[in-house]
Design a protein around this ligand. Structure first.
Ligand code: AQP
Length: 337
């Protein structure tokens, strides 16, 4: 198999788009799992800026968000000495293999992607990059021959397409890529909006009251949680079908406090939504405060650019080997030297 690990550790790859300020949904669904995996696996975590530009981005905001996401990786506990933290566009192999994957993906497959349908809905002009996004995401993963990809539930369909493309490539051109497995946790893989529990919490939602940003000051967190929509009644009971709003808030509590949903339910028995929301706000603040302190220290130190330079070098060393193997397998005449 190509791209075999230098170490015996299995590989992990995941990415987050710098398309806004990261939310507690990104943290619970993805980032905290990155931290848990970094000791056991050979990890590569990317700020996927090429994905972010599949919808319009303000240039200054994109630059700022790219550095902010990288700093949040570190603030959340990813150790750059263990995991390579890098910016996707700093490793040109992503765009190159992305193009090759676009040639393998079928229109019908891409048309079925629910994220594309959601993001394109109601838009007069939709960029072609939004449509081919899953082919680039497949390239991101396959370049590292990643065995595992920690993601939230919304990325499951893209992961299935990545597996299909890897299998298709291997059948057509010979064994080249590892077929990756998604790593999706049972609880917290889909945190919902604070104002509508039928919608996923998203950093690009124009209503800031719909999400808790990882950089929201404590008082903003308290205000957003006190205003979060709740279901009729007052019982703090986990019942996603009939009480989706309170069940979502209970999931956030459980994930931030490190307790089970059962424990949350028992703890707030007979207390009503008001008391629960007050404690929820404090639990969230207790996770965010230390993370924000580290974040501001890292930003002030200016260390992030060095971390990203080193991360890109480590990532490119792996990605370029795989890209070369894929191109060779497809019949490209490779440049000499
Ligand atoms: N609400 C969520 N609950 C759990 N996990 C989530 N993720 C995103 N939202 C939630 C996971 O976070 C990782 C990074 O996501 P992304 O930035 O690549 O794009 P996304 O999935 O489209 O996330 P957003 O916040 O909704 O971004 P925008 O608004 O730009 O589209 C992924 O693993 C994702 O599953």
């Amino acid at each position: 198999m190509s791209g075999t690990n230098k170490s015996d550790k299995k590989r992990v790859l995941s990415g987050i788009q710098p398309s806004g300020q990261l939310t507690i949904g990104n943290y619970i669904g993805a980032m905290r799992h990155f931290v848990e995996m970094q000791d056991e696996y050979d990890c590569y975590f990317a700020v996927v800026d090429l994905h972010a530009v599949t919808v319009p981005q303000e240039p200054e905001a994109l630059r700022e968000n790219t550095e902010a996401v990288a700093a949040l990786f570190v603030a959340a506990g990813i150790d750059p000495a263990k995991a390579a933290i890098f910016v996707q566009s700093h490793v040109p192999a992503h765009a190159q293999l992305g193009w090759l994957m676009t040639t393998l993906a079928y229109m019908g497959e891409l048309e079925r992607m629910t994220q594309y349908k959601d993001k394109a809905a109601g838009k007069v002009a939709v960029g072609a990059g939004l449509f081919t996004y899953p082919a680039l995401m497949a390239a991101d993963i396959l370049l590292y021959n990643a065995h595992l990809v920690p993601v939230g539930d919304d990325q499951k369909q893209h992961l299935e397409l990545t597996r299909d493309l890897a299998i298709r490539f291997n059948r057509r051109f010979g064994e080249t890529f590892v077929v990756p497995e998604p790593s999706i946790s049972e609880v917290g893989a889909r945190i919902m909006s604070l104002d509508d529990a039928t919608k996923k919490m998203s950093k690009s939602n124009p209503n800031p009251n719909s999400y808790i940003s990882l950089l929201d000051p404590p008082d903003v967190v308290r205000k957003k949680i006190s205003r979060a929509k709740t279901d009729p009644g007052r019982e703090v009971v986990y019942d996603p079908a009939n009480k989706p709003e309170i069940s979502n808030l209970m999931t956030i509590y459980a994930q931030c406090a490190g307790v089970s949903l059962d424990e949350v339910q028992k703890r707030f028995e007979g207390q009503g939504y008001g008391a629960f929301k007050k404690e929820l706000a404090e639990v969230v603040v207790s996770v965010l405060e230390p993370l924000q302190r580290t974040y501001h220290d890292i930003r002030q130190s200016g260390a992030i650019r060095d971390i990203l330079r080193d991360g890109a070098q480590r990532a490119a060393a792996v990605a370029e080997v795989t890209l070369r193997q894929a191109k060779e397998a497809m019949g490209f005449l490779l440049p000499q030297g």
